[in-house]
Design a protein around this ligand. Structure first.
Ligand code: IMP
Ligand code: MG
Length: 178
């Protein structure tokens, strides 16, 4: 297994997160912002995005696991770690690494909505194009990418590659060169 090519460079990501952070800081000025990262994938996006937010903000994390194959989501989601605190009347912004089928997010947003937050929005670094998904409004989105399996910047293949500072596309082991 190796990385076939870099899809989005570290510099491009950093520039985009600065823009997203500025927009979030502007939109949530004077509000009660709670940013919720979806583990494990969002830990890097959250850490870097957080440093571009210049208003008061709290952070929390949820960990979910979807049943099924390694590279496909089944839509059945299990909450492994819930939020530490209640979110009633708070402005909640979910932070995700990537929206693929959207099923994980759909499930998460439903389970948070019933806790009556003042608002519930979504920020995602990557959105996969050409994928049929439920209508999920994404308030802050980084990049649209083709429907390929990507790695790095929090995204894993069988648990590895999350630490790559860029987003890359995976190649085959048995392929030569490139
Ligand atoms: P969704 O429910 O299909 O939108 O995807 C949920 C999760 O699947 C994401 O949060 C990622 O953890 C993972 N995922 C989706 N696409 C990719 C990919 O291309 N590479 C690595 N992980 C992915
Ligand atoms: Mg994953």
């Amino acid at each position: 297994m190796k990385i076939e090519r870099v899809l989005i460079s570290a510099d491009e990501i950093s520039e985009k997160l600065a823009e997203m952070g500025a927009a979030i800081s502007r939109d949530y000025e004077g509000r009660d912002l709670l940013m919720v990262g979806v583990l494990k994938g969002a830990f890097i996006v959250m850490a870097d995005l957080a440093r571009h937010i210049d208003i008061p903000v709290e952070f929390d994390f949820m960990a979910v696991s979807s049943y099924g194959a390694a590279t496909k989501t089944s839509g059945v989601v299990r909450i492994l770690k819930d939020l530490d605190d209640e979110i009633a009347d708070r402005d909640v912004l979910i932070v995700e690494d990537i929206i693929d089928s959207g099923l994980t997010l759909q499930y998460l947003m439903r389970s948070l909505k019933v806790r009556h937050p003042a608002s519930l929005e979504l920020a995602a670094l990557l959105v996969k194009d050409g994928v049929e998904r439920p209508e999920i409004p994404i308030k802050y989105e980084g990049f649209h990418i083709p429907p390929e399996f990507v790695l790095g910047y929090g995204l894993d293949y069988e648990g590895y590659y999350r630490n790559l500072p860029y987003v890359g596309v995976m190649g085959d082991d048995d392929e030569d060169g490139g």
